[in-house]
Write a protein that binds this ligand. Sequence first.
Ligand SMILES: *Cc1c(COP(=O)(O)O)cnc(C)c1O
Length: 434
Amino acid sequence: MHKLAINGGEKVRTSLFPAYKVIGEEEIAAVKHVLESGVLSRFLGTWHEDFYGGPQVRALEAEWAEYFEVKHAIAVNSATSGLYCAMGATGVGPGDEVIVSPYTMTASAAAVLVYNAVPVFADIEEDCFCLEPHSVEQRITPYTRAVIVVDIFGQPYDADRINAIAQKHNLLVIEDAAQAPGARYKGKWAGTLGDIGVFSLNYHKHIHSGEGGIVVTDNNELAERVRLIRNHAEAVVENKGYNNLINMLGFNYRMTEVEAAIAREQLKKLKGLLKQRRENVIYLEEQISRIPCLQMPAVRDSCQHSYYVHALKFKSDMVDINRELFINAVKAELMPVELRESEGVNVGCGYVKPLYLQPLYQQQVLYGDKGCPFNCPHYEGTINYRQGLCPVCEKMHYEELITHELIRPPMSKDDLNDVGKAFAKVWRSYSNEK
Ligand SMILES: *Cc1c(COP(=O)(O)O)cnc(C)c1O
């Protein structure tokens, strides 16, 4: 048997994996066109026809709305900004609670804190890793106003069950679809399953404009409030004749014409890029699905996954070593991705630390030194961010989950063969089947 690279043997892979690059001639031409116009942003932060931005931003919004079959699409400078706008638009504020997944990028929960409300973390599903409906229901209190669901790793949330719970308790649903553009749930697009959805256009996502985000909704009022928060609401409401001042403090979350021009070209490529990801997942799973210590990701019934990452579960009873050592051995067999060498090999244990274990929640320090929002006098609920709060999430993170991004375009079959060989080689060395 071949000696493992981690023990000084030869690596399975000795060259870098291809750079993640989805930008081409079309984007370059589109950017050149904008640069030549000289107007790189057309937004004005006053009530004026340019309050809604320039031609590229508006064209992107129209095309995005058409593609995703939704009434309104609003371009912003990141999904983080999009989540903040969406949260503000709902009218959530001090004393309110919002239920959110702990297994997500930090901004999903930060959006709640921006409005001085309190994030309440519910547990995730064992198989799909999205918010678990029973746990959501258990966390509802008289103070709950909304739920932030996350289509984590590209898997749509359990929309039928969570939307029914939300409806029963009169809660708004904000869908963080940053990782799921093009994922489908029962014939509908992920991102359009709740009251407001948010997509990301940062470099790591399926399609990107460097930085950027899109908020979508069918609700006219929420859409207008998002547009106000995006662009200096407080300076606009008077002349616009808008009277509901709750959360009408604006920011500058505006997308530039350059980013919008790039995003328009990227949207045209989404379908093809997703097809490549899905084919890569099928091909890789053909190689690794029979490795007994690895469990392939589930796909929810009647859904199409968009595979932002490929999330495997590690079955520790099948091998003589733990997950961390197993993954270190796999990483040692492989190489980083070109242009991002400093990040190391793109395979890891778990995803992000359950959010409630971050210092912000553990120490409950945020606005000034008076304890807001956690000990705000308007808040009458009970904070719980203790370790053990979401046992499934903690088990996934600390014991079972393996995530990797080696299914992104332009990974070829040869590249994927090396990934498969690395897992198989490490499995053979540590299998306790021998
Ligand atoms: C990437 C991501 C975000 C934030 O996206 P930005 O555009 O970088 O602000 C939010 N939520 C999830 C789940 C993400 O993966």
